[in-house]
Design a protein around this ligand. Sequence first.
Ligand code: WQD
Length: 341
Amino acid sequence: MKVIVTGGMGYIGSHTVVELVQAGYEAVIFDDLSNSNAEMIHKISQVANQKVVFEEVDLSNSNACDLVFSNHQDAEAVIHFAAFKSVPESVNKPNEYYRNNIGALLNVTNSMDKYAIPYLVFSSSCTVYGDTKELPVKESTPMLSPNSPYGHTKQLGECILKNLSSLKASKLKSIALRYFNPIGAHPSGIIGELPIGVPGNLMPFITQTAAGVREQLSVYGDDYDTIDGTAVRDYIHVSDLAVAHVKALDYMRSEKSKERFEVFNVGTGNGSSVMEVIQSFERTSGLKLNYKIASRREGDIAAIYANGRHTMEILDWQAKYNLDDMTRSAWEWEKKLRKLN
Ligand code: WQD
């Protein structure tokens, strides 16, 4: 069965393509290369041990989107990652984020309707919960006002899909996966997280500091009301997250559920502080990390982590990697990338 993976050249998308192929699906990647490079297709095909087709396209352009879909109208599902994803950047460029993230989604659903492609897995985010105090968050936890235009585009995306999927005439069935904090790299070390420019996320900043690419890690605040004062997140291995997409697709195709739109949290259920991530990295790499305590980063929340019971029960999915596996794989990837021994 052919699955179109939009944004499949990116960090989570590339890992998901590998898991799809290994589960027996045929994956086709649509990507505009705004957050990746064309070389990635060779690495993805190498890890997947199968040639994966890549179509370069800006999905926020409706004509371009329809053209690529017309070339792959035999697809039966879409996994939609293609979106701008930086929280701080979205605060500086809100219009670009709304135009690109919502525009691309609407072009994709329009083409899916036109070519009768029934199943959509949507890349959503724990940022839809905003600064909730109800922890661990369940899928039923109310969505507060998001801390950024990025988070708002994920909330809007879910609302659009919920409404489109429930229309009588619609053949669309969709699932929104709310990711927590994906880190780490494929065990092969051939694909991993490679942010363009200075990393905004914690893990790549840690590994680039250890590799000497960055001078020093700044820990954004140690005065939160948490176990050690540093902010707490639910870190999940990117390969575990990738498998959750395959499980979501299998579940929709099984037609076990009559629901047209469902939401699932994809996290481990364990909260780890920034200091705990640093301690894990030092343990697994054997290195001492150069870091300092800095002031809080605007828009950050103190803590968020998932109640993953619903996802475990319904999708029959459970994270299998722990925090040390994540930091170890992130460092293996960085060393391979920088040709360090
Ligand atoms: C994690 C923690 C920082 C960098 C992001 C996305 C969000 C979602 C999950 C996709 C925070 C601290 C970070 C640094 C630090 N992804 N930190 N120094 O902000 O939780 O969420 O991933 O849906 O959309 O924004 O991730 O890795 O930026 O931060 O101390 O140099 O690490 O303050 O507490 P975040 P992050």
